[in-house]
Design a protein around this ligand. Structure first.
Ligand code: SAH
Length: 699
């Protein structure tokens, strides 16, 4: 079956209709899935295997048959472990059809077809009985249904159902238990992902301060989890205000309740400061002994020898509804609220009298607290969190970046400037106004920045900046009061951009508004350039690297499937990754490969380039990183990619607010010697009609 999917092209902005086969979503999901990453997670695999062996031998030791239920079997890995450990029979449940098919093949290839039955269903659809999917209830429950937040993939309702209908009372569960840990911290860097800090602008007539709307002060933000590679956050970027404390745990061997609830712990700050952030991670005990533990604890909590890189489980950053000054040694309550799929936090100070060891009083207080802590799941009230995502908040709070824009605006603006801004949720119109532009218009695209009005109101700018709601091609002279635009500005930033060059939409918008531009118009940025560098990743290579065998099981079918899906449409395409979280070292110099001249309209012909880069360092060339740089005005540029390169070792510092494009080479090139430098040749083509960049690399 074929379907047509409509979408606005992120680069050109034009509506296009794509014919999608029904396999399209499957391939997308597999190509970008975390299956490979899980199979590469040695620590996880080894511990699951140990836990499964222990559970099977406990059941066998009781003289029972070992009947395993493996919910979300994926490749069938955990069922094969159970069968190898001596389980009598395994029911391997997998809802995702292509994976269930792969599991059947993998199980067969490894010779377990008589011991493992793959069932392509959601676990809640599975039936038990003589004619059912399962002959009888299982006495071993094995699952791996966890995400970084533990419960985000629906583990709780799945367990709740399984205990009611699919497993015996007193069953063994692998993992046996999960525990969630938290630590209260102060961090300007992480807080800048949730709050807009005041922006200071030195204007002709004194300093102007751009303030966030009051609605933003106590806004709880959005409920979506903020999961990051916390191990890449240097200790200088946060201050721990509390010890690590256990927040809550879930025993998977007993009936699990998924209904909303909350957990409360008492905290005593080890340091005074501003409580802003709750860092959180979990660990799982594979068996009741507690000896087989798999932990996501960050580097400052565990020895480096226990560090296992993984991308499918990271750590969480939770933002408190508001910043709370806390004193060392004072009594605080931290509450974790959860529904079936997500967790959020709240901090309260103990009130007067609570420090007394008066049991009765404490009890009454406890009840009072219970009522007080039933906090609603965070829903953004100020609308800014709907307009800006977390990296965008970080970018807008980046003072160095703002300074570059102010400096360049100052260069190009005159008192009679008629200014038009094209960018999503941008502060540029405000900066342009403060810096003295006579007339500032802000072209709001597709209603994306509608929520911006609150912000203008807070700064008394409603009548200073005119918001035009129109697509660039529908802009009329009347929108501009029949004036020609003398300064066209953009960051450029668009919420629809996934890959760095999608922000070239600015160029297309600029082309669409051409007739409204004065003959001597200044366009800021005046141009953009695409840059490229060959790198060796410390770890990220794993997500695209074949597994072959995993703990002795042949999972090559999975590798082939991922390869097929990558070739389905994704081949010759780069993928976005925030590289501050994924360290790499440069093997070549950074190279400018294409330039885009915003002072002119988008040309009809393609822009293409060919060349080669020398590999300067010993290492494995996993791929190329690509990013955009914007040339705002003479000698003022901002980079959305590489910020700094330390040359001896090739360590890279990446823009922490942007995703860069990563193009993984199909085979890894190993360069050993410097005396005979190898070169990588490239061909890069920007199709101005489709806005797509195609690339090819060869050794
Ligand atoms: N067990 C495998 C794969 C884990 S990934 C391993 O450890 O390597 C989790 C898998 O569970 C995914 O393939 C997902 O499609 C599946 N899944 C999640 N919830 C499920 C449910 N309730 N019933 C059936 N499959 C489920």
């Amino acid at each position: 079956m074929k379907t047509f999917c409509g979408r606005a092209n992120p680069t050109t902005g034009s509506m296009e209709w794509l014919e999608e086969g029904e396999d399209y979503d499957y391939h997308q999901e597999i190509a970008r899935s975390r299956y490979a990453d899980m199979l590469h997670d040695k620590d996880r695999n080894v511990k699951y295997y140990e836990g499964i062996r222990a559970a099977v031998s406990r059941v066998k030791g009781r003289g029972e048959k070992a009947i395993v239920l493996d919910i979300g079997t994926g490749t069938g890995l955990l069922s094969m472990m159970a069968a190898s450990a001596g389980a009598d029979f395994c029911y391997a449940i997998e809802v995702f059809k292509p994976m269930a098919n792969a599991a059947v093949k993998i199980v067969e290839k490894n010779g377990f077809s008589d011991k493992i039955k793959v069932i392509n269903k959601h676990s809640t659809e599975v039936t038990v009985g003589p004619d059912g999917d399962m002959q009888c209830r299982a006495n071993i429950l094995v699952t791996e249904l966890f995400d970084t937040e533990l419960i985000g993939e629906g583990a709780l309702p799945t367990y709740e159902h399984a205990h009611k209908y699919l497993v015996q009372e007193g069953c063994e569960a692998v993992p046996h238990k999960a525990t969630v840990y938290v630590q209260l911290v102060e961090s300007r860097r992480m807080w800048s992902w949730k709050k807009l800090f005041p922006v200071h602008v030195e204007a002709e007539d004194g300093e102007k301060i751009l303030v966030p709307p009051s609605e933003m002060e106590n806004c709880p933000g959005v409920p979506s989890v903020c999961d990051i590679q916390l191990n890449q956050m240097p200790s200088s970027d946060f201050t721990a205000l509390s010890d690590v404390v256990t927040m809550f745990s879930v025993d998977f061997s007993k009936p699990v309740q998924s209904a909303s609830t909350y957990y409360r712990v008492q905290l005593e700050p080890v340091k005074s400061g501003k409580a802003q952030i709750v860092l959180s991670w979990w660990d799982i005990d594979m068996d009741p002994s507690g000896m087989i533990n798999c932990t996501m604890a960050p580097y400052w909590v565990k020895p480096t020898s226990a560090l296992q890189w993984r991308d499918h489980w990271m750590q969480c950053v939770y933002f408190l509804p508001r910043e709370e000054p806390v004193l060392q040694g004072e009594k605080l309550y931290l509450t974790a609220c959860r529904d079936q799929y997500s967790v959020w936090y709240n901090l309260q100070k103990a009130r007067e009298g609570e420090n007394k060891a008066d049991e009765e009083e404490n009890k009454a207080d406890e009840e009072e607290h219970k009522a007080a802590v039933r906090v609603e799941s965070p829903v953004c009230r100020c609308r800014a969190h709907l307009l800006w995502n977390r990296p965008r908040f970080g970018e807008l709070n980046d003072q160095d970046r703002t300074r570059q824009y102010i400096k360049s605006l100052r260069k190009v603006l005159k008192t009679d400037s008629v200014c038009l801004c094209i960018s999503d949720g941008s502060l540029l119109p405000v900066l342009a106004h403060y810096l003295g532009a006579k007339q500032v218009q802000y072209l709001v695209l597709f209603f994306r920045s509608l929520h911006f009005s609150l912000f203008f109101k807070a700064n008394h700018l409603e009548d200073k900046i005119k918001i035009i709601e129109a697509r660039p091609e529908l802009l009329k002279p009347s929108h501009l009061e029949d004036k020609k635009i003398s300064v066209l500005v953009g960051e450029p930033f668009f919420t629809t951009s996934l890959l760095p060059w999608h922000n070239l939409y600015f160029w297309y918008a600029r082309t669409a508004v051409s007739t409204h531009l004065a003959s001597d118009v200044t366009v800021l940025p005046q141009s953009a350039s695409l840059h490229m560098m060959v790198v060796e990743f410390q770890d990220l290579w794993r997500i695209r690297s074949p597994c072959g065998t995993c703990e002795g099981f042949d999972v090559q079918t999975m590798d082939d499937m991922i390869k097929d899906s990558l070739n389905f449409r994704e081949s010759k395409e780069a993928e976005p990754h925030p590289l501050w979280e994924y360290p790499c070292k440069s093997l070549s110099d950074p190279q400018e490969v294409l330039t885009f001249d915003f002072t002119k309209t988008v040309p009809q012909h393609c822009l293409s380039t060919e060349g080669s880069v020398k590999l300067l360092r010993k290492g494995k060339s996993h791929g190329a990183v690509l990013w955009m740089e914007y040339h705002l005005a003479a000698n003022i540029s901002v980079s959305t990619g590489l910020m700094q390169l330390s040359n001896e070792k090739g360590n890279c510092e990446w823009n922490p607010h942007c995703k860069q494009a990563v193009y993984f080479f199909s085979s890894v090139i190993e360069s050993e010697i410097l005396s005979d430098p190898t070169a990588v040749t490239y061909a890069i083509n920007f199709d101005t009609k489709t806005g797509e960049i195609a690339m090819d690399f060869k050794l």
